[in-house]
Structures are given as C-alpha cells and as structure tokens.
Design a protein around this ligand. Sequence first.
Ligand code: ATP
Length: 203
Amino acid sequence: MRIALFGGTFDPPHLGHLAIAKAAADAFHLDLVLFAPAGRQPLKSHASPTSFDHRLAMVTLACAEDPRFIPSTIDAPRPDGQPNYTVDTLAQLRQQKPEDTLFNLVGADSFLSLPHWRDPIRLLDLAEWIVVSRPGSPLDLWHDDLSSLRLTPAQGARIHLLETIHEDISATHLRQRLHSGDPCADLLPSAVADYIQIHHLYR
Ligand code: ATP
C-alpha cells in the first residue's frame, strides 16, 4: 500500500487540509492518508492548543469526507509530556508497515522549516515527501532554504512538489474568526463547524 502520514495541530482541521490531502492522494495514488493530530508540536508558537481529544474528534469528522482519509492516534500526547517528533513517528510507522511505501505529507511552510526539525536527514530517508504549495511560502527557492542540510541526490529525489494547490486558509486565521463569532462555515467541513458550535470551542 501507499500510505501518507499527514501530521499537524489540526486546531481545527479545515477545508485546506482536506483539499491538499485529496490532491496528494489523487496525484500520488495514495491508498491511505493518516491524519495524525500531534499531542505537542515541537515547533509551534501556538502554545496551548485545544485539547487533543477535541482535535482528534474533529479530525475524525473531517476524515469522513473521503474513504482514503483515516484519523490516527500515532502522535497522541506522550506519557512523559515530551513533544511528538515526526522522526519518531515515521520510524514507528516504518516498523509497523515494513512492506508499504511511506510518504510524509506537508505544506510548503512546514517543509521550509525542515532544517529546524529533529534529524532532518533521517526524516528524508524514512519516507518520500510530498510538499504542497501554500500561499505565502514560495517553494521555488527551496534548494537555497534547505542548503544547510546538504542533501544527497537520493534524498533530493524523494521530495515531490505538488504546486497546483492555492488554498489560502490557515487554522490561525480561522481561530481568530471563530473567536469573534463568525461560524466560518465556508472554510470548515460542516460536521466540524457543528462540533465547534456544540462544544463552544474557540470562543
Ligand atoms: P496554524 O495556522 O495553527 O499554524 P495550519 O493551518 O498551518 O495551522 P496545521 O494543522 O498546523 O494547520 O497544518 C498541518 C499541515 O498542513 C502542515 O504541514 C501545513 O503546512 C499544512 N497546511 C495547512 N493548511 C494548509 C494550506 N492552506 N495549504 C497548504 N498546506 C497547508
């Protein structure tokens, strides 16, 4: 099988997430996209996200939109309170699924911060990468941005760019709008919008 890990905060999951997962699944013939909310993101400045249980519940509702999308608890909060590092997650997936082709699906903003991730070279060896364009994060100069990693040609060849996506949606912007009372129905899967309303999130 061809399986992509799609990690993030998903606070909340939005239509941009669904659009890029669908585009990646179509373009790279993925059988599964694992939507994995992180208990604790190592690099996020957004310090106190909505509880993991709420984010997982919203991701589960969002995943109902496509049979290839599967909610995953692989990045659930760690018992020791440590951040969830993608290198550990991918290593665990590789161990669980030795026969499958693994991909790591990220937006351009995440990809350009790769030099700050734990063990970037190993990350590129553990999976192929699908990098999706995102407004405000130009990908055309990624070789320069990532030059500090001194990628080998083999590692470079495992990075696939999907540049046809122009989804100008961010969870940060959504949280601000939800906070000011806007239901944001045009930017959220409807089941997620209902969940947010029922549970009085982002008020
Ligand atoms: P925040 O605004 O809180 O930082 P976010 O909208 O970036 O959140 P995350 O849950 O952090 O959402 O994103 C998970 C993954 O999805 C990341 O790899 C991110 O780059 C990617 N992503 C999110 N929104 C988009 C988008 N509109 N276009 C392309 N990639 C996106």
